[in-house]
Design a protein around this ligand. Structure first.
Ligand code: UTP
Length: 289
């Protein structure tokens, strides 16, 4: 079955970016001139997704506003002949069916995903965690939906992570099926490096069957009262099987300050006409001779 629907949980508290996230969703952090979530929607649409459910919370309306056209502004810019600004507005991906549901309390990613049951309507769907931006000519989600079509199995995205980062990821026990494709035979959330099954860490893209909702409902909340998606994935793995796909592409994390800064720097380096100036400035800032 073609993957047409996606869900994007954006109801988290964004505590790593407080106090900024007190007023602005972290998904709206600027990557120079577009918010991070812009790239997520671009990836979704270029992977064949037609309809998107935001699992959102009060105070995050700006995310949806960004994906609504502003006809008054367009008219104004047209009248003034400001074609450059008009072209910038046209970059925004508007062409998808937009839905939203409120997660009233941030009780974990699994709890957020549970809010999508009616929306999924019995179809398999993609999940995008908006902290992870992934760039490649063939979008990561497209690579994964192709694997899903081929193997008829749920697919989670994995990436090889550095040894010192293993304890920050969900780590899988992989059995190789084909190039980049693994049968997942174990999952452990944030293991100490010595106990990790591998260095294949789960990152924020999933192609899931509707049966995931049943496993989520059976998942007990952890110590902080949060329902973890990983726990439900472990149940799905045991009952129905689960594949992992080591996607091709560059992942840029925007979920913590350090990686966010690196992501912005990468983009800055791609901006026409400023790379040279920026390099000079950076040398001054960091005292590089
Ligand atoms: P994170 O834990 O990475 O994001 O959740 P967070 O909670 O917003 O940020 P920090 O850790 O406090 O800084 C992964 C994704 O799941 C969503 C988040 O919005 C993020 O996109 N999420 C998390 C929910 O939608 N609801 C939740 O209850 C928890």
């Amino acid at each position: 079955m073609k993957i047409r629907k996606a869900i994007i949980p954006v109801a988290g508290l964004g505590t790593r970016f407080l106090p900024y996230t007190k007023a602005v969703p972290k998904e709206m952090l600027p990557i120079i001139d577009v918010p991070a979530i812009h790239y997520i929607i671009e990836e979704a649409l270029s992977s064949g997704i037609e309809s998107i459910l935001f699992i959102t919370s009060e105070g995050k309306q700006s995310i949806e506003e960004y994906f609504s056209r502003n006809h008054d502004l367009e008219k104004y810019l047209k009248a003034g002949g400001n074609s450059e600004a008009l072209a910038a507005l046209k970059k925004v991906p508007y062409n998808f069916k937009r839905h939203s549901v409120i997660q009233a309390e941030a009780r974990g990613l699994g709890h957020a995903v549970l809010h999508a049951e009616d929306y999924a309507g019995g179809e398999p769907f993609a999940v995008f965690l908006p902290d992870d931006l992934i760039f490649h000519k063939k979008p990561a989600t497209k690579q994964m939906t192709e694997a899903y079509d081929k193997y008829k199995m749920p697919v989670i995205a994995v990436e090889r992570v550095a040894r010192n980062m293993v304890s920050s990821y969900g780590i899988i026990r992989p059995v190789r099926v084909a190039e980049r494709v693994y049968n997942v035979t174990g999952i452990r959330e944030k293991p100490p490096v010595k106990e990790a099954f591998s260095n294949l860490g789960i990152v924020g893209r999933y192609i899931l069957p509707p049966s995931i909702f049943g496993y989520l409902k059976k998942t007990k909340p952890g110590a902080k009262g949060e329902i973890q998606l990983t726990d439900a994935l472990a149940k799905l793995m045991k009952e129905e099987g689960l594949f992992a796909y080591e996607f091709e592409g560059t992942r840029c994390d925007t979920g913590n300050k350090y990686d966010y800064i690196v992501t912005v720097m990468r983009y800055a380096a791609l901006q026409k006409g400023i790379k040279g100036k920026l390099k000079k400035e950076a040398k001054k800032i960091f005292g590089i001779k």
